[in-house]
Design a binder for this molecule. Structure first.
Ligand code: KG4
Ligand code: ZN
Length: 375
């Protein structure tokens, strides 16, 4: 393949990677488009099960081995990998030796270790950072810290190799909702943000009260497609001075009140229609602001990032709105919207190129701005 040649940077010939739920598609796309792919060495066994026939085990070793097999089959010429650790969904660790051995079995060498260092549940992030430090130290390889949300944005580079900054990005995840100017791969600016709940969080809370399993955003989205959004009226709030800022707590409370009221008076709820009305209200909060920012800040390209980027209503609305302006829209394929290791590796590549390498004093952070201040 041409991947190695085109991504040679400071000793890292390339970073090969795989997201657990994304393995095959991600690899195929990367090969076709000549872009870096990131190998997630520590993987979520649940995610691994979802994927190709090559990865079936839930034991601690099989997912690693399965992914390496997959890489070898799809990338016969690949020589170098980066290890990427995605903390938020992973619940098992492997010894560093497993990676090295298994990588060697398939003809790979490891050139760098990338890790999510912020933001997230501190316990998970700490485990990841400590593991990555140990791996980097043991292997004598550079340690590349990656901001989780920058990773979400970078999922778009995997899907759309032609996408280059500057562009505008609507970030919508379980914990973050913001409109970000991606001025360069490692240079960002926040135009607007939620003042209370994140979009994903509000989806999850409403879904939970409707009895959907956590996190319920995707289930709510599926139900919404069968509903009539005009059946329920939900508010769209306009908080504060900054026209790009958003709020979801009023909307969430209104939806929860509606559900509880129906329960109290014994009225049957039309759940799909309520889901449709809720999705419409979230989209009406996000999309017009993002498109206004696109226009006013003078960008020609808009990307969406984060788990909620999988939402069908938001995808349709942003496509339609940006199309009207003649702007390019980049929506990550569904398997790259939610948390995955590939996105961390993709961003790690650019962090590494920018010289953002950490030493053994790297810490884990529950919260950290995307703006790239010193570590
Ligand atoms: O980015 P992500 O995987 O994890 C965080 O970094 O938070 O986002 C997870 C969020 C959850 O709130 C989940 O319910 C939501 O993304 N989500 C969706 C959809 N798919 C996932 N929300 C609405 N519609 C969807 N289709
Ligand atoms: Zn995430």
């Amino acid at each position: 393949t041409q991947i190695a040649g085109s991504f040679s940077a400071g000793g890292v010939d390339m970073m090969v990677g795989i997201a657990t739920p994304a393995a095959v598609a991600c690899y195929a796309a990367a090969e076709e488009k000549d872009i870096p792919v990131i190998f997630t060495a520590i993987t979520d066994p649940v995610g691994a099960k979802l994927d190709s026939g090559n990865i079936t085990g839930t034991s601690d070793v099989l997912p690693v081995e399965g992914q390496l097999k997959l890489i070898r089959a799809l990338q016969p010429d690949a020589k170098t990998i980066g290890i990427v650790y995605t903390t938020s969904e992973s619940n098992s660790l492997y010894s560093i030796g497993v990676y090295e051995e298994k990588a060697a079995d398939y003809g790979f060498t490891i050139d760098a270790v990338a890790v999510t260092y912020a933001p997230g549940l501190i316990g998970a992030v700490l485990v990841g950072v400590n593991f990555a430090k140990a791996a980097a130290l043991a292997l004598g390889k550079p340690l590349i810290p990656v901001h989780h949300i920058r990773g979400h944005i970078a999922a778009n580079y995997i899907a759309y190799p032609e996408l280059e900054p500057p562009f505008l990005c609507l970030v919508v995840s379980g914990g973050h909702t913001m409109i970000v100017e991606v001025k360069d791969y490692t240079d960002m600016n926040i135009l607007g943000t939620t003042l209370d709940d994140a979009a994903g969080e509000s989806f999850d809370k409403v879904a939970r009260v409707l009895g959907m399993p956590y996190p319920g955003g995707a289930a709510l989205d599926r139900a919404a497609r069968q509903g009539d959004e005009t059946k329920y009226v939900l508010p769209r709030s306009k908080p504060g001075e900054n026209p790009y800022n958003m709020s979801f707590s009023g909307l969430k409370t209104a939806a929860l009140n509606l559900i509880h009221h129906a329960e109290q008076v014994g009225e049957a709820l039309d759940i799909p229609s309520l889901c449709a009305a809720f999705s419409a209200a979230v989209s009406d909060t996000l999309v017009p602001r993002a498109v206004m920012a696109l226009e006013q800040a003078g960008y020609r390209k808009i990307a969406v990032a984060g788990g909620v980027a999988a939402n069908s209503r938001i995808r349709a609305d942003i496509l339609a709105a940006a199309e009207k302006l003649g702007a390019e829209v980049y929506l990550p394929p569904l398997h790259l919207c939610g948390d995955n290791g590939a996105m961390i590796g993709a961003q790690a590549y650019y962090e590494y190129k920018a010289g953002h390498v950490a030493d053994m004093s790297l810490n884990a952070y529950a919260t950290k701005s995307i703006l790239g201040e010193a570590l």
